[in-house]
Structure formats: C-alpha cells, structure tokens
Design a binder for this molecule. Structure first.
Ligand SMILES: C[S@@+](CC[C@H](N)C(=O)[O-])C[C@H]1O[C@@H](n2cnc3c(N)ncnc32)[C@H](O)[C@@H]1O
Length: 292
C-alpha cells in the first residue's frame, strides 16, 4: 500500500511538474491522478527519474514528452502505475451468465452459418487469469466442433503480458477456483501451477491501449468483450472513449461484460441492458449497422 507521504529517497515533485505529468499520463492511458495524488506519483516514479539519471521531475516530463525513446519509457511508467490485481474465475455469477446463458444464445444464433466462429476479447487482461478462465469455460462448455474459437487478450502493460504468456501462477491466483479445474487444466510445478497447453493455445495476447483508436480499428469484431475492472481508474471522459471504442469492436448482438462495480450510467446509452438469470450484462443491438 502506498503511503501518502514522500519517503526519504524520493525526489521532490513540485506542483507544476505534477500537473504536467499527470495530464500527460491521463492523455496517454486514461488513468487520472487527482490533486491528492501528488505524493503518490512522486513515490512511484522517483525510481524511474533516478534510473534515467535525471535530477528533477520536470526533466523527466520533458523526456516523456520529447525524447525519441519516450514510448519505451511510457511503458515503464504504465508498469509502475497500473493496478493489476486479478485472479482466476473472478465474479462467478457473471461467468455463469456467460457459460449458461450467453454462450448457448450465441451458438444457437450462429449454428447454421457455414463457418461459425466465437470471438471473445479480454480487454485489460492483466496477468492472464481472466482470458485463461474464459478458455477453460469454453473447453468445459463443449462448443460444437465446427465452431472456430478465438480468444484475444490485451493489456497496455508489457510486464503483465509477459507473465500472462508464461502462464505460471501461484496460490493467490486460485482463491476462487474450483479444485476440479486446477486438476484438469494446470500442471503442478515446484512453486507454481502451469496452464496446460490446450488452454494456452486458445489465447492470443497483444499489447493494446484501449484509448489508441488508430490501433483498435485492426481488432476483429467480437461476440463478447470482457472489460472488467479497467475503467474504474478512468474519469468520465476517458470511460466514454473506451466504451465507444469497445462498442465499435462488437458485432451486432454482441455482449459487453464490465466489472461488478462498473456501469454505463452517465457514460453511454448505446447498449441495451440484458437481464439474464445469473447477471445483467450490456448488449449491442442486433439491428445495429456494422460498418466500421
Ligand atoms: C485490475 S486489472 C483487471 C484485470 C482483469 N480484467 C480482472 O478483472 O481481473 C486492470 C488492467 O487494466 C489495464 N489497463 C489500464 N489502463 C489501460 C488502457 N488504457 N488500455 C489497456 N489496458 C489498460 C492495466 O494494465 C491492468 O492490467
């Protein structure tokens, strides 16, 4: 847990550098640090300033803004500032709505297509527990074999993606996992549990900033998007941008699953709220024109 106050080894940040930096970070990734977060930013970023052999946050700001290596350093900033908390089978009611209600509806809708597919996106996947849980649930659901299944998992942070691609987890990731799934889908190593190949091969990982409209247009249209516990760190304006971007990447009739503490109230009126038995989820209208 971050202390509110600066530690002795942190480099002081003055108010103008704080504002410049927090606006730059907000513009880049949507995460907003309000005026009470000055020392938090100072604590978390001092080590980066020092590692670049700079003496002040103002110089660090100029590096992030103008240096040819700015993209690389922005990745480091993201790695330090993002909250990556996650675990397997998080929010079980919603996952039950996914397996028992959403998947059967999608399968029935597509079953007469010549080459039907199911495309699912874990947007803001962190260390991979969410997309691997989805992959396990799809294997358990026994989707008809003529369906092609694709799971795309993305995050802005390279560090968490590296962990996700490795597929090695410790006990804390399994706090909500039924033992039968651990037995079936993980190999026990000395200190870790390793995701089995059949699960791993269903998931493709990629780095993607959910505010980067230029790159998002290349994401294929999805049947279901999980974007859970990502936009809670954004202000209303950034939330709107991300939700618009996700709306554009959904097929007509596709579903958007947010975290339980997140809603689209005052953010978007583009979706319908579907009341399933197990949970409520957002759905893009089936009649929506599909042109972007
Ligand atoms: C708390 S984790 C949520 C993980 C998982 N979805 C879950 O619910 O367990 C939030 C993730 O969102 C990612 N994130 C934050 N801002 C982002 C952005 N602008 N674009 C893409 N990912 C972002 C963070 O790097 C972090 O890994």
């Amino acid at each position: 847990m971050d202390n509110m106050f600066p530690s002795e080894d942190s480099i002081p940040i003055n108010e103008s550098s704080f504002r410049l930096l927090r606006d730059l970070i907000y513009e880049y990734c949507g995460i907003y640090f309000d005026d009470t977060s000055q020392y938090l930013l100072q604590r978390r970023l001092s080590r980066r300033v020092r590692s670049k052999q700079l003496n002040s946050f103002q110089d660090y700001y100029y590096l992030l803004k103008y240096d040819p290596g700015r993209e690389e350093e922005l990745n480091e900033v993201i790695d330090v500032l993002t909250t990556n908390e996650t675990y397997f089978f998080r929010e079980s009611n919603q996952l039950k709505a996914f397996t028992d209600e959403i998947l059967p509806e999608l399968v029935e809708r597509k079953t007469n297509e010549i080459s039907p597919s199911l495309r699912i996106w874990s947007a803001g996947c962190s260390t991979g527990e969410e997309p691997y849980s989805i992959a396990i649930l799809l294997l358990e659901a026994r989707i008809p074999s003529h369906f092609e299944i694709e799971i795309f998992a993305s995050d802005i942070s390279q560090r968490v993606l590296k962990v996700a691609r490795n597929g090695l987890y410790t006990k804390s990731s399994f706090r909500a996992t039924a033992p039968k799934y651990i037995q079936r889908y993980f190999n026990r190593l000395e200190k870790h549990f390793q995701v089995v190949h059949d699960v791993k091969k269903l998931v493709n990982f990629g780095q993607l900033n959910l505010l980067d409209e230029g790159k998002l247009v290349f994401v294929k249209k999805m049947d279901v998007i999980f974007c859970r516990n990502v936009i809670i760190y954004f202000d209303a304006q950034a939330k709107r941008r991300v939700i618009d971007n996700l709306f554009n990447r959904l097929k007509p009739g596709g579903f958007l699953l947010l975290g339980h503490s997140e809603s689209l109230i005052n953010i978007s009126t583009q979706f319908n709220l579907r009341h399933f038995v197990n949970d409520m989820v957002y759905q893009k209208s089936v009649q929506e024109l599909d042109f972007i």
